[in-house]
Ligand binder design. Structure first.
Ligand code: PLP
Length: 450
């Protein structure tokens, strides 16, 4: 059947994706076609499921009171309430919040804030560089892409990127921890690499180090090893740079902690959140700023030199606040922890023996399967084989499940990924169905059914 005509600039100019006419609970309803089990919440976004009535009510109430006020000139109770909730959720580690329209905008704001921090300190002339990690993803706007280490997403824009960011190895034990190396020795090696990078580029030229607390969609749900974040922060502080954690993927409950750094007890100077903040009900992200940074701005210009027309949007803030209250009232951070363990168990039981499932990893309700051609050598499939995208398509077309395909970006670098990031309110029955359908889609493409 010929695809319907469309004026939308989709990723493919000729093959538009299925149209979703409505969504409820954990299901997307396409037209035509049967309901699709949403096993990845889009891209780890829909954290309380679709069509939650409380969010509908909160949005209507906000529309009735004030749909928009220009945030550089006016505040609103909705913006104040969300910011105050976010700060108090960090136990004082964060003091101010700047609400944006997306994750990438939050990262852009973090990059600009880090830069301004050093300008205010009188080091603006020298501290212009960033250090981030290879294969990281911080967003698709040019500033956020500039700090991202995702080679394929950067490639065609390279001349437009500033070249002021360099990248060190991620914490990626499955591929990069040496045989017989202890976790501690591996973490020390990564901290040493960061330290070497500071010296290579000039330690006093670095403005900030930016990391995903838990590497999400591009590396595939890799939680930091014990002690890793603390050691990276220690190196960063020794050289006077800011330590920035990007929690756009991992934050707001997904890992079984409201903020993923809370599992490690390592606080950032700046942090970003998005996805689970608004749960997909509204486009929203946020930059959160520590007292240390606020104090320097306070002693200096007394202002943050950045704004956008829609920042602090009251409807987005009201919706996100209510999403967070649902998470609290329904005990969903705890459910992420409990259901996350169950999901890991079920994935290992069902797919651990599959000849092409090289690694099964995750924390909370963020899990990934790394698929390889050869499990012993960890040789990835060639990128051209499009293994993960083919499994994604099979899931949609034959097994009524939406999973997130990833990885397989550059031949030989890593394997294809299937990322699962369901809503925080899944039950054991939902998890069983997710595992069953995911396994069927994988076996349909790669064989190896039990
Ligand atoms: N940072 C991380 C860690 C992400 O995973 C993403 C998106 O996947 C972003 C930033 C960008 O967020 P957005 O797509 O909302 O701009």
């Amino acid at each position: 059947m010929a695809p319907p005509p469309t004026s939308v600039l989709h990723a493919s100019l000729t093959l538009p994706p299925p149209t979703i006419t409505h969504a409820s609970g954990h299901y997307l309803h396409p037209s035509p076609g049967p309901p699709i089990l949403d096993a990845s919440g889009g891209a780890a976004v829909s954290c309380i499921g679709h069509s939650h009535p409380r969010i509908h009510t909160a949005i209507s109430a906000q529309l009735d009171s004030c749909e928009y006020a220009f945030a550089p000139h006016f505040s609103t109770p909705a913006y104040e309430r969300l910011a105050s909730f976010l700060c108090s959720s960090t136990n004082g580690a964060m003091k101010k919040v700047f609400v944006t329209g997306s994750g990438a905008e939050a990262v852009e704001a973090a990059v600009k804030m880090a830069r301004q921090y050093f300008v205010e300190k009188g080091e603006g002339g020298t501290r212009t560089r960033f250090i981030a990690r290879q294969r990281s993803y911080h967003g698709n706007t040019l500033g956020a892409l500039d700090v991202s280490g995702h080679a394929a997403r950067r490639a065609i824009y390279e001349p437009l990127l500033s070249g002021k960011t360099s990248h060190v190895s991620p914490c990626y034990p499955y591929r990069e921890k040496r045989v017989a190396e202890t976790d501690e020795a591996y973490v020390d090696r990564l901290a040493q690499e960061l330290d070497d990078e500071f010296h290579r580029v000039g330690a006093d030229t670095v403005c900030a180090v930016i990391l995903e607390t838990m590497a999400g969609l591009t590396l595939g749900a890799v939680a930091p090893l014990q002690g890793y974040l603390a050691k990276m922060k220690e190196v960063c502080e020794r050289h006077g740079a800011l330590f920035v954690l990007d929690e756009v993927f991992a934050g707001m409950g997904r890992t079984g902690y409201l903020h993923a750094w809370q599992a490690e007890g390592v606080t950032p100077d700046l942090m970003t959140v998005a996805k689970g903040l608004g749960g997909g009900y509204v486009p929203i992200g946020a930059l959160m700023v520590s007292p240390k940074v606020v104090e320097v701005l306070g002693r200096g210009s007394g202002a943050f030199v950045h704004f956008q027309t829609y920042h602090g949007h009251p409807v987005a803030c009201a919706a996100a606040y209510e999403v967070q209250q649902v998470i609290k009232d329904e005990g969903l951070v705890e459910n992420c922890r409990v259901m996350g363990e169950y999901l890991g168990e079920r994935l290992r039981a069902r797919l651990g023996g599959h000849p092409n499932v090289g690694d099964i990893r995750g924390r909370g309700l963020a899990w990934a399967l790394e698929l390889v051609k050869d499990k012993t050598t960890k040789e990835p499939f060639p990128v051209a084989q499009k293994v993960a995208p083919t499994i994604h398509a099979a899931g949609l077309q034959k097994f009524e499940i939406a999973v997130l395909p990833g990885g397989g970006v550059v031949d030989g670098v890593n394997g294809d990924l299937i990322v699962l990031a369901p809503a925080y309110n899944v039950t054991r029955e939902d998890v069983d169905l997710i595992v069953q359908r995911t396994a069927k889609a994988i076996e349909h493409v790669l064989g190896g059914a039990p």
